[in-house]
Design a protein around this ligand. Structure first.
Ligand SMILES: [Zn+2]
Length: 145
């Protein structure tokens, strides 16, 4: 059975890719219900901090607590997004893949965050295609110059 939170994140990633953006999506889930979903909008919005995880948290709006939430993301979170998870005390992150970008999974684990990596073929394929087609955009996203 497919996980609705993860499917929401994958759907958002594909939508972002169709818009010409970086195909990374995320969803915030509470009790099995998706309360926020978003994708990377750096290209679309001209906003360097609009990563998928940040977009999903913005979509969810203000929350009294994050301790009962799970953040799904199609790609291993960067330092900024891992810091946001730590800041808001999100206890669990489900990651689509960490092959095309290792992210900061060890940082999350070192702060007590449960990390699950699904190694999802759709996520790996979308990122590999994007990195091949748009190496400059990808370098910009992970601040490699
Ligand atoms: Zn990020």
């Amino acid at each position: 059975m497919r996980d609705p939170g993860f499917e929401a994140a994958v759907g958002a990633a594909m939508e972002g890719g169709r818009e010409g953006g970086v195909p990374i999506g995320a969803a915030l889930v509470r009790g099995g219900e998706v309360i926020g979903v978003g994708h990377n909008e750096r290209v679309q919005a001209g906003d360097p901090t609009a990563h998928g995880e940040i977009s999903a948290l913005r979509d969810a709006g203000r929350q009294r607590t994050y301790r009962d939430t799970v953040l799904y993301t199609t790609l291993a979170p960067c330092a900024m997004c891992a810091g946001t998870v730590i800041q808001f005390k999100i206890p669990k992150v489900v990651v689509g893949e960490d092959r095309t970008f290792p992210g900061e999974l060890d940082l999350l684990r070192s702060r007590g965050v449960e990390v699950v990596v699904l190694d999802d073929e759709r996520c790996i394929g979308a990122m590999a295609d994007f990195q091949r087609a748009h190496p400059d955009l990808w370098a910009e996203d992970i601040a490699q110059d």
